[in-house]
Design a protein around this ligand. Sequence first.
Ligand SMILES: [Zn+2]
Length: 718
Amino acid sequence: MVHATIAVEDRRFYVHPGADPLAIVRAVVENVRAGSLRTGGSTLTQQVIRNVHRRPRTVGHKLAEIWEALRLERMMTKDEILEQYLNRAPYGNQLVGVEAAARSYFGKPSNDLSPAEAAFLAGLPNAPSLLNPRRNPEGALARQRVVLRRLRDQGFLAEAEFRQASEQPLRFLPPESTLRAGHVTDMVLSQFQPYPTVATVTTTIDDGLQEQIQILMQSHISSLAGKNVTNGAVVVIDNASCEVRALVGSLDYFDEKHDGQVNGALAHRQPGSSIKPLMYALAMERGFLPADVVADIPTAIPDHDGDYVPENYDRKYHGPVRVRTALACSYNVPAVRVLKVVGKDLFLQRLREAGITTLTQPADFYGYGLTLGNGEITLLELTTAYAALANEGRWRPSILIRSASDAAGTLLRSAEEESALHPPRRIYDQRAVFLVTDILADPVARRPAFGSWFRFPFPCAVKTGTTKDYRDNWTMGYTTRYTVGVWVGNFDGSAMHGVSGVSGAGRIFSDVISLLHTVPTGNPLGDFPVPEGLERREVCTVSGLAPTEFCRQRILEWFPRDESPRAPCTVHRAFRVRDEEGRVATRIFDVFPSEYAGWAEGMRLPVPPAGAVQVIAGTGRPGELPESGNSFSIITPRDGDCFKIDPILRRDFQTVKVLCAVPPRFKDVRVRVDKSYELAYRPEGIRWHLQHGRHILQLVAMHADRRVESAPVEVRVE
Ligand SMILES: [Zn+2]
């Protein structure tokens, strides 16, 4: 191959300094004779430069090429330059490098090429499209004769060898055999660099499934044609063995216009929200439960390069949200607040343990956006990490090669051997993973954000992801049997037009997962197994606490059996109020903790009117406040209340609503704090900014020309 390349492309390669004046003169003469500027006279060194830069062919670029070639010769040895040439030269059909060409055309590594085959390949880089052997076999063979003659003339082949090579019929691999699963083939070949003797490889790919998915993907993406969507990738993993059953890397491997040879399963892309389940699994391990409430309110988190202010996809805040809703509806603000508690360093470390190799920077580089998917990952690695969720927290590398043997049939490698080398490794606690799975498989929980999307006749956990500007679009998910990852986007990095995780990758995911489970396999698909020590308890849907008779909605939620019961709901409170005609009625109000004051006000939630008296839950009786409308007192906060300053939230948001019962004849009403200062009171309530320590709040006013004080309320702020 080396001789053939030198003989046909650059016979004085080992003697010229990088450019060959003799060859240039000869090329100029030929060009003048031909009456046009054709290529020619380029040394192998110049061609290496050209294959690196790929600039248009102008006289100026040609001169730059010569100059750079002369410099390259001073930096590299001749053999190193030749190696670069052979690894970078184009051999037609998007094949780059002699190794790829030898394997694609002749099905063998380049060091097994016969002189006839080497001469054939060496002739191609001169005009890879014109001499494309698949389209112009006669042209390519004529070129081979030229190369063989030069090999003989330059003494590389003896006359007998020349004649034998000229007579040897070339056996090409049919293009069909390379058409199928092109990216899988690439991946397998790249794994066998250290095994030159390998002759037969069996992959774990299910041929029929692979083909069906390829067709499915093409039909979905062509239906999105008006939205600038040109590519996608799908990975299917069999949970039990972690074997890859299908890997479609692009829409069409041979589509040069859309970089079809790029393997979308290995491309580095931002995962968006599709990475969140891996963060929540960690959070569950650190004590979070699906019933816990996280604040989805304006949030600024100090980070090493300024405040990080997350925003939700729908650009709204949802107030108090349970972890179940936060994950199922993919709200960003709660995810960032949870990560703040869990720690981004720990999260990054866990991602690496889950087989994500592309996040090589320290955690500060990604910041809290790591849980919103700002770091680049690959579809194959993310799908493998999801397979660990499907496998109840046990991770193992995905397997693509079932067996490999040499020409004599000796087994060089097998999936069994691989499995034994990499037994499943626990990376997440089983209970934590179950809680995440249960949320992802809950169609009711995701309804507020996703409507009735993703309903399957079998238990299936799903998560979508869409990156900023619609560059990447993901749907990941699993059943007890299979894990499926789908990515949709463009290899040139251009944005899609308004394609969400649901409408883009989601449709492909739905079809693939349905396809996988419609094949009659005997056993119906089971529920995700509930680990030991979990039980269901009823909670209020808003507070996540034990429901009282005042809670509007309640659901069953998972709790560790050994955890003590939750306190009664403090959000839904009943008050005795007087209507316009003076009749006493009981009404229920939502009373949120102080941190939600701003959100609740923006939502225009009704507040208990002045003079309302709270009814104690479970008794049906009024509370300690007198029922008469004459009470002059602070309703909220209540004596003994304790508030905590949130280290995340901006301090100016952290206020307590002070709401008082003030009968009409009281004038100049003020709230006195610690007998040190007073705030003018308004009938709709006022805000008091939280300050550390114990404080005494008291209502003061003028009544019948006398200064009166209410009972003091003591609060604690930590
Ligand atoms: Zn409630």
